[in-house]
Design a protein. Structure first.
Lengths: 248, 245
């Protein structure tokens, strides 16, 4: 369903009004009024002291998601299309998918160090399984007539992947990605809350420790904006590549 | 030319082999049209897939002379919904690696022939069922086939659209002089389009009867007594198949 722009703006205003009302009712330092937070956010962004953190968080999230996509989509499509691969991959997916991958953090740090790479790998690892399972199931669900049609037209295996399997599964992969973005940003916060002094997660934890509540909320709002902008980016991609799904 | 000699085919279902075709014999001469009719689930589609080379027989021989220039139209899910009408029509040529200019010229020609010019940039989901099957026909014709195989191409359409498209198929057959094999469960459609009509028995399918139908191909055939009597004759033959089981 397409949500109108006006309805989104209205919902944002209602949320802000709720925040304002809660801040006035509670009257505590721990929940500053939204306008104070936004003023601080504006200042921190314009003087550059927050922009760097926002940028590094964005890069970590994007690279993690990209890493997951590059690894998961080909494997998922292979498993969903070729029974040879399905028989060999699916038992591993079955065992590994339900594990809470975030507990693998110590292993990831041992393997990839405590720098940016381990943060990106952990985000990638968690998104990987969601995309893997979705792309496999989406490839399995392709109606066999599409493949039969391609075979009667003399298509090669590569052509079948390019003309049928990839475009048929793309909408569902993008939906899985949409769901994964929430997870990715949550993991981003988790991996940025230690062993780094850069990123929005660090800003939030640091401000919390110093009881600097306005900065704490400015960090939270920036992180929310990060997630939202990834969402908008995905909307734009979907708009471009999945025009046909609105016709079927 | 097509020649099937004592073709047998079985599928595994829950580990048990299920016999689908039990010794089917069939000949269709080049440039002729043949309609295959029989009770639903009797193995008509399997027979068509054998002709297309999508299935291999367990026993017997399948000889299809123009296999390399054969094309199939399916009842459902034949068009790729993520490609526009023009891209769907040009798909076969594109897969063969034809030059872009040649593809667009041929697509333009077929859009014209099938009266689809205005819909070139539409997606299949935006078209009616009848228009979708016209796109399917256009795509089939794009590669200039010698053999056109159709699996109940019109059964999802309303009666009027159906008759119009039957006429279109007839025109195409006469204009392009190819071999046409059509699977259908409609007696009228089989008699209107097939210069021979093959009646299959229920599963496992054998050829129960081959009815010569030389009137098919005449524009006014549908209104003739001959057409009416042929339909009666076939209805009787098919009913006998029902009683045999």
């Amino acid at each position: 369903m397409r949500i109108s722009r006006r309805a989104i703006v209205l919902a944002a205003l209602i949320l802000l009004a709720g925040w304002q009302a809660a801040a006035m009712a509670l009257n505590t330092m721990a929940l500053p009024e939204p306008w104070r937070v936004f003023v601080l956010l504006g200042r921190r962004l314009s003087d550059g002291s927050l922009a760097g953190h926002l940028f590094i968080s964005l890069v970590r999230a994007l690279l993690g998601i990209l890493l997951a996509l590059v690894a998961a989509v080909p494997l998922g499509l292979l498993a969903g299309t070729e029974s040879w691969w399905d028989r060999r991959l699916s038992p591993f997916i079955y065992l590994l998918y339900p594990i809470p991958h975030v507990v693998l953090l110590p292993l990831v740090i041992i393997l990839f160090g405590i720098g940016d790479l381990s943060k990106i790998v952990l985000i990638g690892l968690i998104v990987f399984f969601q995309i893997l399972v979705t792309s496999r199931d989406a490839a399995r669900a392709i109606h066999p007539n599409y493949l039969l049609t391609m075979r009667t037209l003399g298509a090669s295996r590569a052509q079948i992947y390019g003309h049928v399997i990839w475009p048929a599964t793309l909408p569902r992969i993008l939906t899985a990605l949409r769901i994964s973005i929430g997870t990715a940003v949550a993991i981003l916060f988790f991996v940025e809350s230690f062993a780094t002094n850069r990123g929005l997660g660090f800003v939030i934890m640091d401000a919390w420790g110093l009881a600097d509540y306005e900065r704490l909320y400015a960090g939270i709002v920036a992180m929310a904006a990060l997630g939202l902008s990834l969402y908008l980016l995905l909307d734009a991609v979907e708009e471009r590549v999945c025009r046909w799904t609105r016709t079927a | 030319m097509i020649a099937l000699d004592n073709v047998c085919l079985a599928f595994a279902h829950d580990g048990q082999p299920v016999e689908v075709l039990a010794g089917v014999n069939l000949q269709v001469l080049a440039g002729e049209s043949c309609a295959i009719i029989g009770p639903s689930g009797c193995g008509k589609t399997s027979l068509l897939f054998l002709l297309a080379g999508l299935l291999q027989p367990d026993a017997g021989t399948v000889c299809v002379v123009d296999r390399s220039r054969c094309t199939v139209i399916l009842q459902h899910y034949g068009l790729l919904p993520w490609k526009t009408v023009a891209a769907n029509i040009g798909l076969g040529l594109r897969l063969q690696g034809a030059a872009k200019a040649r593809i667009s010229a041929r697509v333009a020609e077929l859009l014209e022939e099938m009266d689809l010019v205005r819909f070139a940039d539409h997606f299949p989901g935006q078209l009616s069922g009848g228009m979708q099957q016209r796109v399917g026909l256009a795509r089939a014709l794009a590669i200039e086939p010698r053999l056109l195989l159709m699996d109940e191409p019109l059964s999802a359409l309303d009666a009027l659209t159906r008759e119009r498209l039957q006429q279109t198929i007839l025109d195409i057959w006469q204009r392009h002089r190819m071999t046409v094999v059509l699977v259908t469960h409609s007696i009228e459609e089989a008699v209107f389009l097939g210069r021979s009509v093959v009646v299959l028995s229920s599963r496992p399918a054998r050829v129960a009867a081959v009815v010569a139908n030389p009137g098919a191909g005449r524009a006014d055939y549908r209104q003739s007594d001959e057409f009416f009597h042929r339909c009666l004759q076939l209805r009787q033959l098919i009913r006998e198949q029902g009683h045999a089981h």
